[in-house]
Structure formats: structure tokens, C-alpha cells
Design a binder for this molecule. Structure first.
Ligand code: IMP
Length: 193
């Protein structure tokens, strides 16, 4: 079954391809010629996921997934959170966001953090309220980057039990424990797949 992934982030779309499994054929918005140019003005992950979902409703006749995610750092009272993508400014690159976070945590001992993901799913064939699912993954922020895989904050997000960062994990491994995996697992259960 085709499913539209409401994201311009190639790293995320790739993850959904693996996470959703063979029942789905995930399509990035670019494949339908859609420019997902919406402002994420919500004050929660759920509100932002729904803003993206409402923008995409009516643009295809198959199911849609949108999500919003971020990294929450304990020492920073949960920041950058929903502002993770633009932490170092509106046009910030992953590299700029990591540099800013490492700077804010320089000399700080408390390095606990978690990734959070909220998914909104909607199927136009059985029109009802969107299904909302959440996932989290706990870890720590390293003092410098390690690893070459993934995207975003992956090179500084360390999983103590694995003794590796997300960027040192093959995508198959990241996809067995990530915040997005947890949210998709709940979704597949709720739509009986
Ligand atoms: P979103 O596309 O609005 O959900 O932005 C989320 C931001 O959080 C991304 O730009 C990344 O910086 C960060 N992020 C979310 N999930 C991950 C992940 O799995 N690895 C690394 N960074 C992530």
C-alpha cells in the first residue's frame, strides 16, 4: 500500500522505508511534486505533526504519515525540543545545531537526553480522526562527534548500553530502538499491521 511520508528530510524518509516494512510503499512528498513548505508554529510535537498532516490532506488518496521530533536535553530543561531543527537559527544545518548544543553543554556533567517522536497517521479511505503515536529513546550527549551514519544530532547521541552513538549504528540497528521505531511500532499495532 502506498503511503505518503510528510517530510523533506531524506534521512527520515529512509528510516520510514525500513520501519514500515513490506506492507507499505513509502513515498516522499517530492515524488508527488509537493513542496511541504509549512511553518511549524505549534507548541507541541503533536500540533506540528497535525499542521503538516492538514496541509497534505486531500493531496493524495492513500494514507499519510507526518511526524515531528526533537532532542530534549535534561540540563537545558528539555531544550531544544520542538525547536531542534532550527536550534542554531532558521537556516541552521545539522552541523550548526550540534556545535551550538556542544557549546551549551561545555563543562556540564549532567548529559542525559532523549529523542522524542510524535507521528500523525491518517487514511482518507476510512475518514476519522488522525491516529497519534509517540516514541522516546534515552541516551546521553557526548562531548564530541562519533560516527558517520544517520542525520541530525546522531553523531553526539550516545546509547550507554550499546556504548555507541546513533551515528555508529547501522540503520538496521538504529531502527530497532529509536524514538521513531517506538512510535511506528505503536502505529502498526493500532492499525493492525
Ligand atoms: P522535524 O523534521 O521537524 O521533526 O525536526 C526534527 C529535528 O530533530 C531534525 O532536524 C533533527 O535535527 C532532530 N532529529 C529528530 N530525529 C532525529 C534522529 O533520529 N536523529 C538525529 N536527529 C534527529
Amino acid at each position: 500500500m502506498k503511503i505518503l511520508i510528510g517530510s523533506n528530510n531524506e534521512g527520515k524518509v529512509e528510516e520510514y522505508k525500513t520501519l514500515l516494512g513490506s506492507s507499505f510503499n513509502p513515498l516522499p512528498v517530492s515524488e508527488l511534486g509537493i513542496n511541504l513548505d509549512v511553518e511549524e508554529t505549534g507548541s507541541t510535537y503533536e500540533e506540528n505533526a497535525l499542521i503538516k498532516l492538514n496541509f497534505l490532506k486531500g493531496k493524495c488518496n492513500f494514507p499519510i504519515i507526518t511526524d515531528d521530533s526533537g532532542i530534549e536535553v535534561e540540563y537545558l530543561d528539555g531544550r531544544p525540543g520542538i525547536y531542534s531543527a532550527r536550534y542554531a537559527g532558521d537556516k541552521a544545518l545539522d552541523k550548526d545545531n550540534i556545535d551550538k548544543l556542544l557549546y551549551e553543554l561545555s563543562g556540564v556533567k549532567l548529559r542525559r537526553a532523549k529523542f522524542v517522536c510524535t507521528i500523525a497517521y491518517w487514511n482518507p479511505r476510512n475518514i476519522s480522526e488522525p491516529i497519534i503515536c509517540n516514541g522516546e529513546c534515552n541516551g546521553e550527549i557526548l562531548e564530541k562527534r562519533k560516527g558517520i551514519f544517520g542525520f541530525g544530532y546522531d553523531p553526539i547521541f550516545y546509547i550507554p548500553i550499546l556504548q555507541r552513538t546513533f551515528a555508529e549504528l547501522a540503520k538496521e540497528e538504529k531502527n530497532t530502538l529509536s524514538h521513531r521505531y517506538e512510535a511506528v511500532k505503536e502505529l502498526l499495532k493500532r492499525i493492525n499491521i
